[in-house]
Design a protein around this ligand. Sequence first.
Ligand SMILES: Nc1ncnc2c1ncn2[C@@H]1O[C@H](COP(=O)(O)OP(=O)(O)OP(=O)(O)O)[C@@H](O)[C@H]1O
Ligand SMILES: [Mg+2]
Length: 303
Amino acid sequence: MISIEHVSKSFGPVVALNDVSLHIERSERVAFVGSNGSGKTTLMRAILGLLRVQGHVTIGGVDVAEHPERALRSVAYIPQISPPLDAPVREVVTAFARLRGLRGESVAEHCTRIGLDLAVVSRTRFRDLSGGMKQKLLAAMALATHAEVLVCDEPTANLDAAARTAFFQLLDERQKGSVVVLCSHRVEEVRQLVDRVVELRDGAVERDATLAELLVDLRAFKVEVVLHEPAQAAELFLRAHGFVTAGPGRLQATFTQDEKMSVVARLLRDHKEAISDLSVYQTDELASAVPPAHDKPELRVVR
Ligand SMILES: Nc1ncnc2c1ncn2[C@@H]1O[C@H](COP(=O)(O)OP(=O)(O)OP(=O)(O)O)[C@@H](O)[C@H]1O
Ligand SMILES: [Mg+2]
């Protein structure tokens, strides 16, 4: 459906995209994740034909640079930064509805679902809406098109909890076979929404995995260690690996599966005599999220 072939883009000395190739099939829900400046927005803008790039992007087999109107007919976009429109909201909605061949009420209905009362803000200049209201309106307009491809750049960044839930619900209701491409800094933000995660780093694809694969790798484990006194070398080792005090003589840290294996193996190899108690707990969280309270120990070594 969407084909990105060797796409590169530089802004002066900054390489924003570096030879990115990706294929997104019909029905796929894909998230681009990565830190600030990793190239997520630039890649979305390349997909939408808003940037001149090296390489090729096609949607439904049509090249977006050569035939933008035809390629983008089935695409809706929720941008990260709202356009600073002076027009009142009702004019923006009317113009958008006319352009996309929609009933104005359809946008209003989607606004209501997402928690924005269009009647209340209809005379307000678009640019004077709050950040969250702008995002709600842009999301409602994009969803109302029922476009086959929905591209959203950090769509829930400014939404309150209720609006976020409503947005997730509306995405879920989209017809089978439609494509969603969205981006976020955090996997936690998108785990309910997508089934594939493309991680960007410095403009290149660092990793392209199913959500299930990624969640296994990011599963968080809490490691708790109680040391005999004195155990300076062991404590230094633990603190150097991010452990913090969790009680008298007790240190604790959270790791991914791989990190956990490596730290525990080295701890047992080099500091076994200093350990009075070692517990590893699997948590429900991802390692990149704030660690929660833990469940039953997965492994317990008591000496
Ligand atoms: N129009 C532009 N002019 C100059 N540099 C740009 C432009 N757009 C993006 N860049 C640069 O390209 C790089 C990638 O930017 P991009 O906006 O794609 O990152 P991002 O992953 O979306 O980041 P964020 O998470 O902050 O939204 C950054 O170094 C940015 O400064
Ligand atoms: Mg961005």
